[in-house]
Design a protein around this ligand. Structure first.
Ligand code: COA
Ligand code: ADP
Length: 607
């Protein structure tokens, strides 16, 4: 069902930028921090103003007038105060869904697009995107509003995970039922984000170990450097009842605010100016803290780059009666810049780390900078600028796999699919959006969903039913769920060359009832499999299968494909009358599944 390769592939020469994927792992905004207003009014404001619209039952809103007591030296809302409001709003949303007290488990990376000035209003909106077992992902939107001009600005988006707690029993949360397209997208992608969050620490550790950053310490002129030691900060806080919920658990937002405070002091000691916080990396609350705890905050500048610096903060808790028994509560990394009067980032002094631990942190900060860039590039809204085939390397594999699955889930969640035709219960749906014409084919097959998943997720078996796959070589088994294949397709017409594709296949089992099995396919580039004169290199943007279990031995099989203009003619010819090619290929897939329903290859059974 397509030109070669069964996935709507596109010749590299015709490639188009892929679509924007909203709300990645981290909700990223492009553009530098600026106090200046942007000229447009966000439509978020309309949503906020219009009470008659559909409202998610878990949605909670908070509006705060920014007073001088909330601001820093620049007359801007301090990020610490904002984090407290974000955490409170999100917690109340989580508790509305859970019906019991909740604590902050983590807060994903936050990028601040705008600062908020004294006198403005900050509007915060939070809703539960998805509930898992005892945890929930809460999506938060922060918009600032100028009361005089009525202008509104998007300040940041955030994603927090809250865990529900009951004193005597383990909590099993009720599921969230998404209704709108946006809710369905967030619901689908939340499972993928959770997967990344839970391996976040290991991923970063692994990437830091592999990332060969060449440091320039030996070649630097130490006389112009600020010793890192001069930026070291230590501060203690006593947790009092106003810092905690009614069960005595310290608010996550309060801890984040204290962390931001010490980080700002450390950053100021390097630049001897008033720094602005630009980004916060994942906060993970490793263990609880209660009223009566003493919290010790330690911060230091780990590295200074040309226009930004990384400050690390570590938080430990102890009780008065056991001062030596310290519990690690949190560690986080924050990126600061120093803005001049025109809001341009200023050049920062170089930092000279302490030998040993300091040098290790200096190198790790450089590596984290690279990881952050990779992550922002692949996961964020900036994906519109990513080429169709992204080079595959160990430092971005987690994000490419995430991107692969979330792109497909985003396509699946679209609510404007239209049924174009139906032949013998094979349905063809199409979706027209901007530059893309997407389609999906759907049928119900008498086979177990888990088995169909195993059969379809091994691309080596695809030539058995799809004549557009001439041969498939397994290039790399990246991990249990991600595999790279080299696919050769027959030529489109008699006198053109055969095509080849390097495809990343990422598969996911359902997260809970109602969730589909997912097999997502996208092109990547590999240095070991460069273009050769023998083949014309093809690329696939976003395609794959979703399999819904519809009962015992009954599975709804859907194949999705997002086609770029290079292939429109081919697609529209098929779409116009559900040409026999689409239909025959999908029917061949059904026969393949039925023929192999009890007969899995040994290699597959172990997957
Ligand atoms: N990010 C997001 N969720 C996480 C997580 C992380 N880094 N680590 C664990 N979780 C989730 C798990 O996925 C699980 O969710 P599920 O029940 O929906 O599957 C849930 O937390 C419980 O996980 P579990 O493995 O049983 O417990 P744990 O020993 O990993 O503890 C916390 C997780 C969050 C409960 C624990 O670390 C904690 O109490 N942290 C402090 C929370 C707090 O008090 N915050 C306020 C400020 S201190
Ligand atoms: P790591 O040392 O691997 O970065 P930690 O969790 O120990 O991880 O610390 C996180 C960050 O907190 C460090 O990178 C550093 O910036 C800061 N930090 C840790 N310990 C201290 C300390 N004793 N004094 C000042 N800052 C510290």
């Amino acid at each position: 069902f397509r030109a070669p390769c069964g996935d709507f592939t596109v010749c590299a020469r015709h490639q188009e930028a892929p679509p924007c994927i909203p709300f990645g792992l981290a909700s990223v905004f492009s553009g530098r921090i600026s106090r200046k207003s942007v000229s447009h009014t966000e439509d978020i404001g309309d949503t906020m103003a219009d009470n008659k619209r559909y409202r998610n039952p878990t949605e909670v809103q908070m509006s705060q007038l920014v007073l001088p007591c909330h601001t820093n030296h620049r007359g801007e809302l301090s990020v610490g105060q904002l984090l407290k409001w974000i955490d409170t709003t999100a917690c109340l949303s989580a508790e509305r869904h859970a019906g019991c007290p909740c604590v902050t488990a983590s807060m994903d990376d936050i990028y601040f697009e705008h600062t908020i000035s004294v006198g403005q209003v900050v509007n915060i909106k939070a809703k539960v995107n998805r509930a898992f077992n005892s945890s929930m992902e809460v999506g938060i939107q922060v918009v600032s509003e100028d009361l005089c001009s009525e202008k509104q600005w998007s300040v940041c988006k955030a994603l927090a995970t809250f865990v529900a707690h009951r004193e005597l029993s383990k909590v099993k949360l009720k599921q969230v039922t998404p209704l709108t397209e946006e809710e369905k997208t967030e619901h689908g992608v939340a499972a993928e984000r959770r997967r990344m969050r839970l391996v976040y620490a290991d991923t970063i550790k692994d990437l830091l170990a592999r990332c060969a950053i060449q440091d320039d310490l030996d070649s630097k002129d130490y006389s112009n450097m600020v010793p890192a030691e001069k930026t070291r900060v230590e501060s203690v806080e006593l947790v009092l009842p106003p810092h905690a919920n009614h069960q005595g658990n310290t608010f996550g937002g309060q801890i984040m605010a204290w962390m931001e405070n010490v980080a700002t002091i450390a950053a100021s000691r390097l630049c001897r100016a008033h720094p602005t916080l630009k980004a916060i990396e994942m906060f993970h609350f490793r263990g609880p803290s209660q009223v009566g705890d003493r919290l010790v905050f330690k911060a230091i500048v780990n590295n200074a780059f040309k226009h930004s610096m990384e400050v690390g903060v570590c938080v430990e808790a102890y009780r008065q009666e056991a001062e030596t028994q310290r519990r690690h509560i949190n560690s986080a990394f924050m990126t600061f810049v120093v803005l001049d009067e025109d809001d341009q980032p200023q050049k920062l002094p170089w930092i000279c780390p302490q030998p040993g631990e300091g040098e290790r942190r200096y190198r790790e900060a450089s590596a984290r900078k690279k990881i952050r860039l990779d992550r922002k590039y692949i996961v964020s809204c900036k994906q519109a600028e990513v080429p169709l085939s992204v080079p595959w390397d160990p430092s971005n594999q987690v994000y490419l796999s995430y991107n692969n699955v979330s792109s497909l889930k985003t396509l699946v969640a679209k609510d404007n699919w239209t049924l174009s035709s139906e032949i013998s219960q094979v349905r063809l749906y199409t979706l027209e959006e901007d530059k893309f014409l997407s389609f999906h084919l759907e049928m119900v097959v008498h086979v177990d969903a888990a088995q169909a998943f195993l059969l379809l997720s091994d691309l080596r078996r695809r030539p058995e039913w799809d004549k557009h796959y001439r041969s498939v070589e397994l290039v790399q088994q990246v991990d249990e769920d991600d595999t790279i294949y080299h696919v050769i397709s027959p030529s489109l017409s008699g006198n053109s060359k055969p095509q080849d594709f390097v495809i990343l296949a990422s598969r996911r089992k359902p997260c809970d009832n109602g969730d589909p099995y997912v097999i997502a396919l996208r092109s990547v580039t590999l240095p070991t499999h460069c273009e050769t004169p023998e083949y014309q290199r093809g690329e696939t943007l976003c395609s794959g299968f979703c399999l819904w279990s519809e009962g015992d031995q009954l599975t709804k099989v859907s194949y999705y494909n997002q086609a770029t203009p290079g292939l429109l003619n081919y697609v529209t010819t098929n779409v116009a009358g559900l040409s026999s090619e689409f239909y025959n290929t999908f029917k061949a897939c059904e026969h393949f599944l039925l023929d192999n329903r009890n007969d899995l290859a040994p290699g597959l059974q172990t997957l």
